[in-house]
Design a binder for this molecule. Structure first.
Ligand SMILES: Cc1cc2nc3c(=O)[nH]c(=O)nc-3n(C[C@H](O)[C@H](O)[C@H](O)COP(=O)(O)OP(=O)(O)OC[C@H]3O[C@@H](n4cnc5c(N)ncnc54)[C@H](O)[C@@H]3O)c2cc1C
Length: 377
C-alpha cells in the first residue's frame, strides 16, 4: 500500500491548495480524501440540463483584491471577466443591491432622492461604503430615515430568512458584507480581480490536483482514511467540532436547499441574481447563464431556501458568526492547538469562519508558508 506523508481531508479550495503546495514544493506524498463523490468542495460545478454549467452548491463568483491569490490560481485556469450584479425586489421593483445612489433615485420622488443623496455625500463622502448597522447609529433625521428604510426593506427579512436571526444578533461583519454604497457603481463587488474560471471550477481543481505526488480518494471519510494512514500528518478542512466528536457541544451551522428550474426563455431575469428579501420562502434566484456565459436555448435558475443544519441530512454551509458561537469555538481551538505539528485545521469549516473562496485560498497559502514548511524542516 502506498505510504502517504500527508492526509488532507476535504478536496475544496483549502484542501486542494495545500495538497498542490505540499506535493509540488515539498515533494511529499499526499492523500486527499473527501466524503463527497467529487472534488472542488462547495465550488463544484458540472454540465447540467441544456449544457449549462451548474454550480451544485449555489452560485460561486470569484473576486479578490489579492494579487497573490489571483496569480496562484491563474496557473490552473484561464478566466472570463465577470462583474456580478444583484438587484433586490423592493416594493414591486428591482433596485440595485448593495443599495446605492441609483437605488435611491429609483425608489423615491426626485426632490426627495436628491436631498437624501446630497446629505449622504456630504456626511459620509462619495464612494464610501457604510455598513447598515453603522448607518443606523446616526441621529440626523434624513440619514436615519434612509438607514431605517434600507434596514426594513432590504436587510431585516432577508437576514431572518438566511440565518433565522435578526441582523443585530449576528457578528456585525456579516451585515457589513453588503454595505450601503454611496456610489453609482451597480456591481455587487468592487474587487480588483473579478472573474469566472473559463472552463469552470471543477476543471481548475482537476488541474490543481493533477500531480504525481497526489492521490485523491472520493467517498472516503476521514475516520476511515486515518486508520490506514496513522502516521501521516493531517490537514483537516471538515467541521472542527465533528473532528473532536462534539465534546464541547455541536457548533451551529446554517444550511440551504437548492431548487433548480428550467425555463424556455433566453433570459429570465435582468442580472445574475435577484434577491427577494420580503417575498417568498427563498432568499434569492440566480440565473446561471449570466455567470457562465453559456449559450443555450433556454435558461436555468437556482432558488435558495435557507434551512437549519441537521447532521447527516443536509450540508453545513455557513458557520453562524455570533458572540455565542465564538465562545463555543474557543475550547475547540485550544484542543486543535494541542495537536500542532501533527494536525492542522483550516478552511470554512476547520476554522469555523465565513471565508470566501479567495480567503480560503489565501489562508491555505499562508498556512503552507508559515506553519507547514517550518514544521517539516
Ligand atoms: C451558497 C454558497 C455560495 C457561495 N458563494 C460564494 C461566492 O460567490 N464567492 C466566494 O468567493 N465564495 C462563495 N462561497 C464560499 C465558498 O464556498 C467557500 O469559501 C469555499 O468553498 C471554502 O472552501 P473550503 O475548502 O474551506 O471548504 P469546502 O468547499 O466546504 O470543502 C470542504 C470539503 O471537506 C469535505 N469533508 C468535510 N468533512 C469531511 C470528513 N470528515 N471526511 C471527508 N471529507 C470531509 C466536504 O465534503 C467538503 O467537500 C459560497 C458558499 C456557499 C455555501
Amino acid at each position: 500500500m502506498a505510504k502517504y506523508d500527508w492526509l488532507i481531508v476535504g478536496a475544496g479550495f483549502t484542501g486542494a491548495v495545500l495538497a498542490e503546495r505540499i506535493a509540488s514544493q515539498l515533494g511529499q506524498k499526499v492523500l486527499v480524501v473527501d466524503r463527497r463523490d467529487h472534488i472542488a468542495g462547495n465550488a463544484y460545478d458540472y454540465r447540467g440540463p441544456l449544457g449549462i454549467l451548474v454550480h451544485k452548491y449555489g452560485p460561486h463568483i470569484f473576486h479578490t483584491n489579492s494579487k497573490m491569490v489571483w496569480n496562484y490560481l491563474s496557473r490552473f485556469t484561464q478566466w472570463m471577466p465577470y462583474f456580478h450584479k444583484v438587484v433586490g425586489s423592493v416594493d414591486g421593483q428591482f433596485v440595485p443591491i448593495p443599495f446605492n445612489i441609483n437605488s435611491i433615485e429609483m425608489t423615491f420622488p426626485q426632490g426627495m432622492a436628491q436631498r437624501l443623496c446630497e446629505e449622504l455625500v456630504e456626511t459620509y463622502g462619495f464612494g464610501k461604503k457604510i455598513p447598515i448597522m453603522k448607518l443606523r447609529e446616526t441621529d440626523a433625521p434624513n440619514m436615519r430615515y434612509i438607514a431605517d428604510y434600507v434596514y426594513d426593506k432590504v436587510f431585516k427579512n432577508y437576514t431572518f430568512k438566511q440565518w433565522n436571526l435578526r441582523p443585530e444578533d449576528l457578528d456585525p461583519m456579516v451585515t457589513a458584507r453588503v454595505p450601503f454604497f454611496i456610489s453609482r457603481d451597480d456591481r455587487y463587488f468592487q474587487d480588483t480581480y473579478q472573474a469566472m474560471p473559463r472552463e469552470g471550477y471543477t476543471r481548475l481543481f482537476e488541474r490543481m490536483l493533477d500531480h504525481e505526488n497526489i492521490h485523491v480518494s472520493l467517498e472516503t471519510e476521514y475516520k476511515h482514511a486515518v486508520e490506514s494512514n496513522p502516521d501521516a500528518r493531517v490537514v483537516f478542512t471538515g467541521p472542527i467540532d465533528e473532528f473532536f466528536d462534539y465534546q464541547f457541544g455541536a457548533l451551529p451551522y446554517r444550511s440551504l436547499r437548492f431548487e433548480m428550474r428550467q425555463e424556455p426563455d433566453q433570459w429570465a431575469q435582468p442580472v445574475g441574481t435577484v434577491n427577494y428579501p420580503n417575498e417568498f420562502d427563498f432568499t434569492r434566484i440566480t440565473e446561471l447563464k449570466h455567470l457562465t456565459r453559456d449559450r443555450a436555448d433556454g435558461t436555468l435558475l437556482i432558488e435558495e431556501y435557507p434551512e437549519a443544519y441537521v447532521a447527516g441530512k443536509n450540508e453545513p454551509y455557513y458557520p453562524v458568526p455570533t458572540p455565542d458561537t465564538s465562545k463555543m469555538l474557543k475550547p475547540y481551538q485550544e484542543l486543535a492547538g494541542s495537536l500542532s505539528g501533527k494536525v492542522w485545521f483550516a478552511g470554512r469549516l476547520g476554522d469555523y469562519a465565513y471565508y470566501n473562496m479567495d480567503q480560503a485560498c489565501g489562508r491555505a497559502l499562508a498556512l503552507f508558508e508559515k506553519q507547514i514548511v517550518p514544521a517539516i524542516r
